[in-house]
Structure formats: structure tokens, C-alpha cells
Design a protein around this ligand. Structure first.
Ligand SMILES: NC(=O)c1ccc[n+]([C@@H]2O[C@H](COP(=O)([O-])OP(=O)(O)OC[C@H]3O[C@@H](n4cnc5c(N)ncnc54)[C@H](OP(=O)(O)O)[C@@H]3O)[C@@H](O)[C@H]2O)c1
Length: 521
């Protein structure tokens, strides 16, 4: 077992109170859906509970499903009670929150809907709600374009005496062309500063901490480059299957669902140059430079640098689980990938020659999202021949979830008269240092959108630059022979072929399951 050195916060500080949101009404399209129930309402409830909302804050859920205000409140309460995101459900807080929830029945595909919605909002305003409106598009993403033009038709994109902003969920398009078309459509109706393209990974505390770790400490940045880094691996693995989202997943697959946004964002934060300031444009400018440094691959390069996988039946946590093709709602001959691994090169001064390996998948051995930066070996094997047990080169692990934190591995001398070394880990755990009650991603992001801070949202050029990397891979996969699916067992470390991406360079993936073994790598 690897000895561990715990890192602690030097000063125990009270967590600062969250800032206040601007007064506003949040209008959710698709409010009868999964995201509203599981993420949006719990986040809004928590923000209300900790006192971030103004006295006139209101939520209007909309959808075709018929519900009264009371039924909507009951349904939302039932999900808030069971939500893992809610810090602590409390009847008193709910009683203060519930009257702020309204429900407006209507079909956003019908043009008359928007004029009716406008009248509804105007009536609310006469009764004391704010002129500011934040629209949250939580319908299937393909419907966003229609909602945007509907909002324009009723001039809901402009508010007299207030602002009008829009949050767009991922996926933002399904390729470069559709992302451009959606950007064109939304930019005709809203200014860029009022568009919030969400990638909820950016709302996670530990993802934001990557910037602090890199740019607020002088000890890591000097070695954060091709001279010292051998390779970078980024894993986002989950044990869950497609759950109830088969129809969405069949159309999307692992590359579009995870790599095109979350994993590329992690690459950008790991690889970017320091921004001149911590504001929306400075940070996003540097991230987009990273994407521009990743050259789109040819078909041959895709064949050599990517691996697709799909899970077959297996066991997870001692329970038998079906293969992807046996999941309800999935085509029994589906060729949708549930696993994707990609080797990328960030071709700039800092990173030339350093491979970035990305992998993500469903029904893998463990739930883990982690960036692991592997450093080069020391130039001289000084302790060779002294009986020193060999240990791997240094690495820094940035753990996004679970057990959020940072660990640095290095070798230390074992006490005694003879020369012997062991690998040790210096470990900083977020939960141990700050307690468990940090805001969840959706809370952070919705609050930022209400305050007009777009730093943690993606900009037009960023989204398009991401698709410029991903679309050639999708297109090449459509041309290349389909792999023999299924090619990994549920509960395993993924397709064996994924290891080949690293093998030729003498690199290997960390193990997902055996955390101790992985840490000692
Ligand atoms: N769920 C998640 O965990 C998750 C995670 C990340 C991102 N997202 C994104 O968040 C958005 C919402 O996700 P979701 O899972 O909540 O979606 P969903 O449950 O499939 O749909 C949300 C609601 O949209 C309405 N809707 C469905 N089809 C529609 C159509 N053709 N026209 C108009 N309205 C339609 C439905 O309400 P009515 O029938 O009442 O109108 C439905 O309840 C999607 O863009 C998704 O990609 C979701």
C-alpha cells in the first residue's frame, strides 16, 4: 500500500457566502423533463435556501404536459426530497420556495405560445415580479432553434427596463455545421453576452480549481510543459449504463456526449496559457487557443489515434447487467459507441510532442473522472544498484469526482541504514479540507448566469473549435469499418484495444478500479 501524506488547509476558513443573484424570473422550457427535476429545481431551491435570491425571484416551468401550479410544485418537491444535489431538504425552506414556482402549459412548437407566454410574464410583472428574464432551454437540444425564433417572434429577447438572457444545454449541435447554424440563429436574437452555453463540468469546484492549482502556485507551472511532462491522461468513466436516455444516447454516442464538450474542456484547462485576467473573455480566449492547436485528424489518423467500444453484458458491484444492445430502447444491432478513447496532440510551443490521451465510457469498472499528468523520469538513475525498489516517475492527479482532490506522487527514502525507497502520495482532499457542502455545478452556473458572469460558459468560437476536432472523427468513423461490437464487458476497464493507443510509447492507462494500485502507478 502506498504511504500517504495528507495535505491540509493552513487556515481553516469559513466558506464565504454566495453572492446575490440579480432579481429575475427563470423560465424553463421542458420543465416536465428529467434535467429540470434532477438538477435545475434542486439548484434553484438550494440557492433560495442560502439566501441568494431576491424577494421577487420566480420560476415559470413550461411544457406541453398538463399540470397546475400545485401539481408542478408537488412533482418538484418530490424530486427535491430525494435529490442528492440538495444540501439538506427542509420543509420551512420549501414553504418559502414553493410559492415562487409557477407552471405555464403550452406547446413551444406553436407560434401563438410565445405571445401567450409574454402576456403571462407581463401579468406576473404587474404583480411584482422582475423585468429580468432568464430563459433555460431544457427540451431536447434539437428543439433549441425553434424556441429561439419563437422568443424573437414575441420580442421576448428584449425586456423593457430589464435584461433577457438564454441558457442553452449541451449538446450544442451535433457537428460543426449544426453548431454554426445554431450559433447563427441564437446570435440573430441575443447578443453573445446574453447567451450562456452550458457545460456543467465547468461549474464543478474541482474543475475550476485546475486554474487555481496551475496559476496561483509557482511550484507546478515551471514544469507544466513538454520539457517535463511525458503524457497526460484524462479519464471520465462511469458504471451506469444508458438508464432511461436510450433514444438520446443512440443518436449521440460517447464521443459527442462526453469528449466533444466535457473532456475537451478538461484538456483546455490543463493545457491553456495563463489568461491576463480571470474574466470571461480572457479565460475563454486562452481555452480556444488550445482547441486551435489541435489539428483535425485525417481518416488514417483517426484509425490510428482513436478506439470505439460498446459494452456487452457483465457484472457491476456483484449484479448482472445487460449489454448495451439489450438495453430497453436500444436497437439490437446498434453500432453506437458507449466508449471512446482518443490520442490528441496539442501542437503548440508548450505541448509539442506530449500526447494527451482521453477516454470515456459507460458501464466501466468504476466511477472516476481524473486528469493525470505523468512527468518524465529523472535524467540519471542515481539509485540504481543500491537495492532501491523502482517506482514510477512523478505524477500529479487532479481528481474531479469522486473524492475530489489533488495528489502528487513521488519517491521517498524508507527509514533504515540501507538505501531503499517507496512511492508516496501527497494528497489533498476537498471534502476533508472544506467539508462536503460545496455548491453543485448547476447551482454555480445558474447563479453566474443570473449575475451576468459568463466565465464558466462556452463562447461561440470555443464550441465551433471543439466541433472542428470532433466532426472529422465522427466522419472518419462513418467511413471506416465498424468494430466488432460488443468489444468490452460491462464492469471492465474498457476495450483492450484502448491500451494499444498508449503501448507503443511505453505509456499505460491508470487502473480505474483498484484505486490504490492506480495511485501507485
Ligand atoms: N437529463 C440529463 O441528465 C441531462 C444532462 C446534461 C444535459 N442535458 C440536456 O438538457 C436538456 C434537457 O434534458 P432532459 O433529459 O430533461 O430532456 P427530456 O426529459 O427528454 O425532455 C425535457 C422535456 O422537453 C419536452 N419535449 C420533449 N420533446 C419535445 C419536443 N419535440 N418539442 C418540445 N418539447 C419537447 C418534454 O416536455 P413536454 O412533453 O411537457 O413538453 C420533456 O419533458 C437536453 O438538451 C439534454 O441534452 C440533460
Amino acid at each position: 500500500m502506498t504511504p500517504v501524506i495528507e495535505a491540509e488547509v493552513e487556515q481553516k476558513l469559513e466558506r464565504p457566502a454566495l453572492p446575490k443573484a440579480d432579481p429575475c424570473t427563470v423560465v424553463i422550457f421542458g420543465a416536465s423533463g428529467d434535467l429540470t427535476r434532477r438538477k435545475l429545481i434542486p439548484a434553484l431551491y438550494d440557492l433560495c435556501g442560502v439566501g441568494c435570491m431576491s424577494a421577487c425571484f420566480q420560476v415559470v416551468g413550461t411544457g406541453r404536459t398538463h399540470m397546475t401550479d400545485a401539481q408542478f410544485r408537488d412533482a418538484m418537491k418530490a424530486s427535491a426530497i430525494t435529490s442528492k444535489d440538495v444540501r439538506e431538504f427542509n420543509e420551512e425552506t420549501w414553504k418559502r420556495f414553493a410559492p415562487r414556482l409557477r407552471y405555464f402549459v403550452g406547446d413551444p412548437a406553436k407560434i401563438g405560445f410565445y405571445a401567450e407566454l409574454r402576456s403571462f410574464l407581463e401579468q406576473m410583472q404587474r404583480e411584482g415580479s422582475s423585468a429580468n428574464v432568464l430563459f433555460y432551454v431544457s427540451t431536447p437540444a434539437s428543439f433549441a432553434g425553434e424556441i429561439i425564433s419563437g422568443l424573437q417572434s414575441a420580442q421576448l429577447n428584449q425586456r423593457e427596463g430589464g435584461w433577457s438572457r438564454i441558457i442553452l444545454e449541451k449538446p450544442f449541435g451535433r457537428d460543426l455545421e449544426s453548431a454554426r447554424a445554431l450559433n447563427d440563429a441564437v446570435l440573430k436574437v441575443f447578443d453573445e453576452k446574453n447567451i450562456y452555453r452550458i457545460d456543467h463540468y465547468l461549474g464543478k469546484e474541482t474543475v475550476q480549481n485546475i486554474l487555481v492549482f496551475r496559476f496561483a502556485n509557482s511550484i507546478f507551472e515551471p514544469v507544466w510543459n513538454r520539457n517535463y511532462v511525458e503524457y497526460v491522461e484524462i479519464t471520465a468513466a462511469e458504471t451506469l449504463g444508458v438508464e432511461r436516455r436510450a433514444s438520446f444516447y443512440e443518436e449521440t454516442g460517447a464521443l459527442r456526449d462526453m469528449v466533444a464538450n466535457h473532456l475537451l474542456q478538461l484538456v483546455a484547462l490543463t493545457a491553456m496559457e495563463p489568461p491576463v485576467a480571470f474574466d470571461a473573455d480572457s479565460v475563454r480566449e486562452q481555452k480556444v487557443q488550445v482547441f486551435r492547436s489541435i489539428r483535425p485528424m485525417t481518416v488514417e489518423e483517426v484509425a490510428a489515434n482513436t478506439v470505439r467500444g460498446q459494452y456487452g453484458p457483465g457484472r457491476i458491484g456483484g449484479v448482472e447487467v445487460p449489454g448495451y444492445r439489450q438495453e430497453p430502447g436500444v436497437n439490437p444491432e446498434s453500432n453506437t459507441e458507449t466508449f471512446a478513447a482518443v490520442r490528441l496532440q496539442v501542437e503548440n510551443w508548450r505541448w509539442a510532442g506530449v500526447p494527451f490521451y482521453l477516454r470515456t465510457g459507460k458501464r466501466l469498472a468504476d466511477n472516476v473522472t481524473e486528469i493525470k499528468v505523468h512527468f518524465k523520469r529523472t535524467p540519471q538513475a542515481l539509485f540504481a544498484g543500491t537495492g532501491v525498489r523502482s517506482f514510477g516517475p512523478n505524477s500529479v492527479s487532479l481528481r474531479i469526482q469522486p473524492d475530489e482532490g489533488i495528489s502528487v506522487s513521488f519517491g521517498a527514502k524508507r527509514p533504515g541504514t540501507y538505501m531503499s525507497t517507496v512511492p508516496v502520495l501527497a494528497k489533498f482532499s476537498y471534502a476533508d479540507a472544506f467539508g462536503g457542502n460545496t455548491p453543485v455545478a448547476y447551482e454555480t452556473l445558474i447563479l453566474d448566469a443570473m449575475r451576468g458572469d459568463a466565465t464558466l460558459f462556452t463562447r461561440r468560437d470555443e464550441v465551433e473549435a471543439e466541433w472542428k476536432i470532433i466532426t472529422p472523427i465522427e466522419e472518419a468513423w462513418a467511413q471506416l469499418p465498424s468494430p466488432q461490437f460488443p468489444n468490452y464487458t460491462a464492469g471492465s476497464e474498457g476495450p483492450e484495444l484502448a491500451g494499444n493507443l498508449l503501448k507503443a510509447s511505453g505509456h499505460r492507462w491508470m487502473l480505474m478500479l483498484k484505486k490504490e494500485a492506480a495511485n501507485a502507478d
